[in-house]
Design a protein. Structure first.
Length: 159
């Protein structure tokens, strides 16, 4: 496994790429020096203070094991019946969504939470605008990118 610390210049460049790809603001954490771990070729865990992201190629995904990171994104709450499917990598379907915070346009990163305790169980990319989702009664609304028990979840245990 490789571990390294990025220079301040490279950290700022990575933070800028991360902010633009996820349409978010890292705040003060964006000016911190990033630490990286690569437990497997092509998968990098990037730490900015308490914020943690997984980078695969050019794509960044918030890591579910970091409450500080997932709190930065809008969320949807799903019913109990959807959980077992999501934990097997299925996309979020509209009938399973109980409530959601508006996220705007399609392509945004959204956290999926379970209904009982509100825990984050998956990270998805919106397939539709949040306004359109309000009107939907069926169909896929979020592409599942990362979920509890997936490859990234298990790789982080080795870091």
């Amino acid at each position: 496994m490789k571990k390294w610390v990025l220079s301040k210049h490279d950290s700022a460049a990575m933070a800028e790429r991360l902010e633009s790809s996820l349409s978010m603001d890292l705040g003060e954490a964006g000016s911190s020096q990033a630490r990286c771990e690569e437990p497997k070729d092509g998968v990098v865990f990037a730490h900015f203070d308490k914020l943690l992201f997984v980078q695969t190629g050019e794509e960044f995904v918030p890591f579910l094991g970091s409450p500080e990171t997932v709190s930065l994104f809008p969320s949807v709450t799903v019913d109990e019946g959807a959980i077992k499917f999501l934990l097997n990598g299925a996309d979020v379907m509209r009938p399973g969504v109980k409530s959601f915070e508006p996220w705007g346009s399609a392509g945004r990163t959204v956290v999926v939470r379970e209904e009982k305790k509100g825990r984050a169980i998956a990270i998805g990319r919106s397939l539709v605008e949040s306004d359109r989702m309000q009107e939907m009664s069926k169909g896929a609304c979020l592409k599942n990118l990362h979920h509890v028990g997936d490859e990234y979840w298990n790789l982080y245990k080795t870091v």
